[in-house]
Design a protein around this ligand. Structure first.
Ligand code: COA
Length: 389
């Protein structure tokens, strides 16, 4: 049985802050951002955009291509949760008018949760091949103003349809895992912004990758030379270079610069200009690879490294299916990114501070230009609307 990603599409917000604008404001050399951390822009969510509207924007083009009543489950991964009780997937289920014969769950473990949801979906399809599962990973990365993480904000959502006989990626059985109770990044319930020990988190990321890799090799018998391309979790795109160099050193591979680039570069194109999207980040990187690789990827094996601070890590692999290109939604990805509006630093701050949603009632100004928006909070209930385009 072949199980994996049948369709994949991502969304981001309608606004961005350029790291050039940011560098000028902070009186920092721009090269620190474009070279040192590998970021050029960060998508900024306006007040009426949240993980639900981002998720709806990501999923809608997939649902247009299938019979949406066939969806049997929505597995929603996020660390930007909007309710302690009701799952984000239930809000999305309503907004997209999904069938009632459907299971909905929310998954959480920092940036790892998208992989947890994806792997759970493959197991559900293995148990019942009739299942068609919508996996969502959606997050808004928000740090304190003037903290070291501020330059690595961003937002985005990925929707993946997981089925039997997938048209894009077969997910191969066997994964390597690593979990350790550490405090490199966290967001207590009372905070809107994450706290991070950035340099420590980079170390824990690389250490957990080495352990997950060892476990992957033991479990699958596959090695470095069996993998054609690598997608790593991308909190900032320079992390890919750090991760790939670490893996190459660990396995003692001899790789020239051209091969290094071919194995990793296409996966960073979008992340450099979208910024961090936590649980979605690895899969936006995968979309980036699919859309931007110059050569055909048919039959190529991808290695995926998923990392969530705190920490949980997993290394797994998948094989690109024949004719995958005809099912990609490259035009939609590029159109969204290219039509974003640039913000000044003051406009960014206005979005950043504008709304306190922990009030009983509020109407939100119309700033989200997409098809779905958060319209209001009424009696502490979030009200979403679908806008005519
Ligand atoms: N030109 C080129 N490179 C420059 C530079 C310049 N003018 N100025 C600095 N750099 C390089 C530094 O040498 C450093 O490179 P290195 O990583 O190879 O050592 C890099 O840019 C970053 O500089 P640094 O001084 O370490 O930046 P920082 O203190 O602002 O921290 C992060 C950077 C990434 C740690 C910080 O942005 C952060 O905490 N981000 C969040 C991390 C995260 O999301 N972790 C979650 C889990 S993965």
């Amino acid at each position: 049985m072949t199980i994996g990603i049948d369709l994949i599409h991502f969304s981001t917000s309608d606004y961005f802050l350029g790291l050039d604008t940011f560098a000028k404001e902070k009186s920092v050399d721009l090269d620190k951002y474009t070279i040192g951390i590998g970021q050029e822009k960060m998508s900024i969510a306006p007040p009426d955009e949240d993980i639900i509207t981002l998720a709806a924007k990501a999923a809608a083009p997939i649902l247009e291509q299938i019979e949406k009543n066939d969806i049997t489950a929505v597995l929603f991964a996020t660390e930007s949760g909007i309710d302690q009780s009701k799952s984000a997937g239930a809000f999305l289920h309503g907004l997209l008018q999904l069938p009632n014969r459907c299971r909905v769950m929310e998954f959480k473990h920092a940036c790892y949760a998208g992989t947890a949801a994806l792997q759970m979906a493959t197991k559900m399809v293995a148990a019942n091949p009739k299942e068609k599962i919508l996996v969502i990973a959606a997050d808004i990365a928000k740090y304190d103003v003037d903290s070291s993480g501020e330059a690595t904000q961003g937002c985005g959502a990925v929707a993946m349809l997981v089925t039997d006989n997938p048209r894009i990626l077969k997910i191969e059985p066997g994964s390597g895992y690593y979990t350790e109770d550490v405090n490199d990044f966290w967001r207590p319930n009372h905070r809107e912004t994450a706290l991070v020990d950035g340099k420590y988190s980079t170390k824990v990321y690389l250490n957990s990758m080495k352990h997950a890799w060892d476990n992957f090799v033991e479990e699958t018998g596959r090695g470095f030379d069996d993998i054609d391309a690598f997608c790593y979790h991308i909190p900032f795109s320079r992390m890919t270079e750090k991760a790939h160099k670490t893996l190459i050193k660990k396995v003692g591979a001899k790789i020239d610069d051209e091969t290094f680039k071919r194995q990793t570069d296409a996966g960073q194109v979008y992340n450099r200009i979208v910024g961090n999207s936590y649980s979605a980040s690895l899969y936006i990187g995968f979309c980036s690879f699919l859309d931007n690789a110059e050569e055909s990827l048919e039959g190529k094996r991808f290695g995926f490294f998923s990392y969530g601070s705190g920490c949980v890590a997993e290394f797994f692999s998948g094989a690109i299916q024949s004719n995958y290109r005809q099912y990609l939604m490259t035009d939609s990805h590029k159109k969204q990114i290219n039509s974003r509006q640039a913000l000044s630093y003051q406009q960014y701050l206005a979005f950043y501070h504008s709304v306190n949603l922990s009030v009983e009632n509020i109407k939100l100004p119309l700033t989200n230009k997409g098809s779905y928006r958060l319209k209001a909070v009424e009696n502490h209930i979030r009200i979403y609307e679908r806008q005519q385009s």
